[in-house]
Design a protein around this ligand. Structure first.
Ligand code: DGJ
Length: 728
């Protein structure tokens, strides 16, 4: 296991626990992709590339008509040298030329994993965990150096890829496409899985047969987006949750992206991913470098479930950082759906007081505490407490709440500016805009230009000021619109297409500073819910508000889709009131609790309006969640029934040592003539005996997994069952 390099043959074999990825420098210095899949001990070249004269295919070497990049499987493809598929990168020179060509120059192998300058990335704690291979490619004609970086996480079947461009030529050049990876498979026997959605309806699973031509998902919204996640997986036709091959690709980036699958006429499949080349270019002056974000590639031969568990492990241990990485997450009460903008100190205190009695650990003051914000028309940017609502100030309120033993958290939307704000009156040029063109509002607000240092400094200062003057241990970092009128007043005309990426770099710089300066603050990111739920954000903020849709039935799908990549410990998940504010559904409080317990449990309703019985139920939910949260937050997730397939959803979490598991079953509609079925739990220890904590019944792990347990008959819509089993 490890990365094996045959220096003579220039053959690179990245060998994981269960996977092998092989490349070789072939004739004329081209770097070919030879294999990725199930692990092999030694690669000797059994799957030779057969070179055929295909008539119209161009030949870089005029002496050999059989060699054409039109068909060669490559690692990182150029434009203009005979490969007519989507290139991995493109350039433009001052003379207008867009042609480039990369040949092998050198390589370097070392332990550990380098940081990516200015960008989030997976990391290792101990350099023995991983090995890194850098392959340096060169376009001699223009002096362009391209470093392809591959890191193998030895204990996981994970390979990360990223690319660095360095201009060592005689003149500046412009990158017009700079993808993070590309890989050529030599067949097209795949289906593609992606996650699409919308506000309140994030992370729907889409699975489709790939066909000839290009199938592409992307975002050009300035965020990774609720509409498409920066993720895709290729799976075999018969791959399901528990068996079959899966190739997962996830970009660690929070801005515009593209991810595409192209099937060529010879049935080869090219997958590539990276920053969206749409409305992007980057000017590289002589001796400057450009670093792409990284793609996390996961291979599983045991189905989609295993791919997810690999991502979960990697992201919770090698992406999320800080004090909270391995700490259980607090149960919170958030006042948003309880009050919206309409609250005062008395109201907040009364909700917090109820929360304490129910055992809730953290109070979160949401939008509306600053400036003069009684609706969404004003005050973003004015991060000064509104004394009309909180006459004694934030510090006093936070002190009162924390003195009762509850923690205090607060909402910000730091990247935004309202036109009706003191900040806008002082700095109308600080928003993203195009001079002499009217701006486009979204939720009545504009976006601050984070490509500017002065704007980033202001955000750091104003957020720090609040966090240093009150006992705040949690921040919800919101972002409630997509970016339009893309342009920055400070950038010269030839750099305007850098704005979107520079915005993200500015955001990363700001977050990096703040999470470092306030290590005891738990940061949760949010973008109208899951509009920027991505691995880039998780590097800075270890949890994300999964969706503004808090309806338990909708959440079964949203959380199921999200769990394809992200672990439960990263998902904010709240119980809200009924009828539900987003879809109007009335769902039993038990069901709301069971579904919310599949992430970091919170409450988002007016606790002062609950009946005595409801309070009792919530008290018990809180007590139970405290007992089981280690299993949910640090255990492993197994998905059982897929809500996208029909009328029910089910999953179970098993603790690391397999001594406890929590299983949940949700039935959407109660149907006549429904068959009596069993549910087979997954991931248990076959040799353990487990006891059902509520009935006292004992079953072997093998029986629970292979025979299953009968699902009690359910005669009502939107009902759920939760089991807790412990090893005896
Ligand atoms: C959108 C978030 O997703 C909500 O939870 C809430 O914080 C509002 N913004 C506040 O404006």
């Amino acid at each position: 296991m490890g990365i094996k390099v045959d220096d003579e043959k220039l053959l690179f074999h990245i060998q994981g626990k269960n996977t092998s990825y092989v490349m070789q420098v072939i004739r004329d210095g081209y770097l070919a992709h030879l294999y990725w899949g199930k692990k092999i001990n030694k690669y000797r070249g059994s799957n030779k590339i057969i070179f055929i004269d295909r008539g119209f295919s161009p030949n870089p070497n005029d002496k050999d008509r059989t060699f054409s990049l039109d068909t060669v499987p490559q690692e990182y493809q150029a434009f203009g040298n005979g490969d007519f598929r989507i290139p991995a990168y493109q350039i433009r020179l001052n003379n207008g030329s867009r042609i480039s060509d990369l040949r092998y120059k050198s390589h370097k192998l070392y332990k550990g994993k380098p940081k990516l300058k200015g960008l989030p990335a997976t990391y290792v704690k101990d350099c023995e965990e991983s090995e890194t291979l850098e392959i340096l490619m060169e376009d001699e004609v223009i002096g362009l150096l391209v470093t392809l970086t591959y890191t193998l996480f030895k204990d996981l079947d994970v390979i990360t890829r990223s690319v660095k461009f360095t201009n060592q030529g005689q003149e500046s050049l412009r990158l017009t496409r700079a993808l993070s990876m590309s890989v050529d498979f030599r067949d097209d026997d795949f289906e593609m899985i992606s996650l699409y959605g919308a506000h309140n309806n994030e992370k729907n699973i889409e699975r489709r047969k790939i066909v000839s031509g290009i199938q592409l998902i992307d975002s050009s919204r300035g965020t990774s987006s609720a509409q498409q996640a920066p993720f895709l997986a290729l799976v075999r036709k018969d791959t399901n949750e528990d068996s079959g091959e899966v190739y997962g690709f996830n970009l660690v980036y929070s801005g515009n992206f593209t991810a595409q699958v192209q099937v060529d006429p010879y049935k080869n499949t090219r997958v590539s991913m990276g920053i969206n080349p749409f409305d992007f270019s980057w000017l590289l002056e002589i001796n400057e470098s450009f670093q792409t974000p990284e793609v996390v590639m996961v291979y599983s031969q045991n189905g989609i479930g295993e791919m997810s568990r690999i991502y979960h492990k990697l992201y919770s241990q090698n992406l999320c950082r800080g004090d909270f990485k391995n700490k259980v997450r607090p149960i919170l009460i958030n006042n948003w759906e309880a009050t919206y903008f309409d609250f005062d100190e008395k109201k907040i205190k009364s909700i917090a007081k109820e929360g304490i009695e129910l055992g809730i650990e953290l109070f979160v003051l949401d939008d509306g505490w600053f400036g003069k914000r009684d609706d969404d028309n004003s005050s973003l940017g004015d991060w000064v407490v509104d004394k009309r609502k909180l006459p004694n100030g934030l510090e006093k309120l936070a002190n009162t709440i924390t003195s009762t033993g509850m923690e205090f958290g607060i909402w910000f939307e730091p990247e935004m500016i309202s036109v009706n704000s003191d900040l806008y009156r002082q700095h109308p040029d600080w928003c993203i805009h195009v001079p002499n063109r009217p701006y486009t509002l979204g939720r009545n607000q504009l976006v601050l230009d984070l490509s500017r240092d002065d704007v980033c400094d202001y955000i750091v200062k104003s957020v720090s000021n609040i966090l240093s003057n009150a006992p705040i241990t949690y921040v919800k970092w919101d972002m409630n619109r997509n970016i339009t009128d893309v342009g920055s007043e400070l950038l010269p005309y030839e750099r305007q297409e850098e704005t979107s990426h520079r915005y993200i770099l500015g955001l990363y710089k700001v977050m990096d500073y703040l999470v470092d300066r306030f290590p005891r603050v738990l940061f949760e990111s949010c973008s109208s819910g899951g509009g920027r739920f991505d691995a880039g954000m998780l590097y800075y903020m270890p949890q994300t508000w999964t969706s503004d849709n808090t309806d338990a039935i909708c959440r079964t799908k949203i959380q199921y889709g999200t769990s394809l990549i992200y672990p439960a410990i990263t998902m904010g998940s709240h119980v809200s009131t009924v009828p539900n504010h987003q879809v109007g559904r009335i769902t039993h409080l038990d069901t709301r609790g069971h579904v919310a317990m599949a992430g970091n449990l919170g409450y988002e309703l007016d606790l002062t309006k609950l009946t005595k019985e409801e309070k009792q139920v919530i008290k018990e939910q809180v007590k139970l969640y405290k007992e089981i949260r280690e299993t949910i937050q640090f255990g492993e997730l197994y998905r059982i029934f897929n809500p996208f397939d029909g009328n029910e959803a089910a999953w179970n979490f098993i603790s690391k040592d397999k001594s406890e598991f929590i299983a949940t079953y949700v039935k959407v509609l109660s149907l006549p003539g429904a068959p009596i079925r069993t549910i087979k739990f997954k991931g248990l220890n076959l040799d353990y005996d487990y006891k059902d904590v509520s009935t006292g019944e004992i079953f072997g792990g093998d029986e629970l997994m292979n025979v299953g347990i009968t699902i009690p008959r359910i005669k009502q819509d939107f009902q759920s069952i939760q089991w807790r089993f412990k090893k005896i």
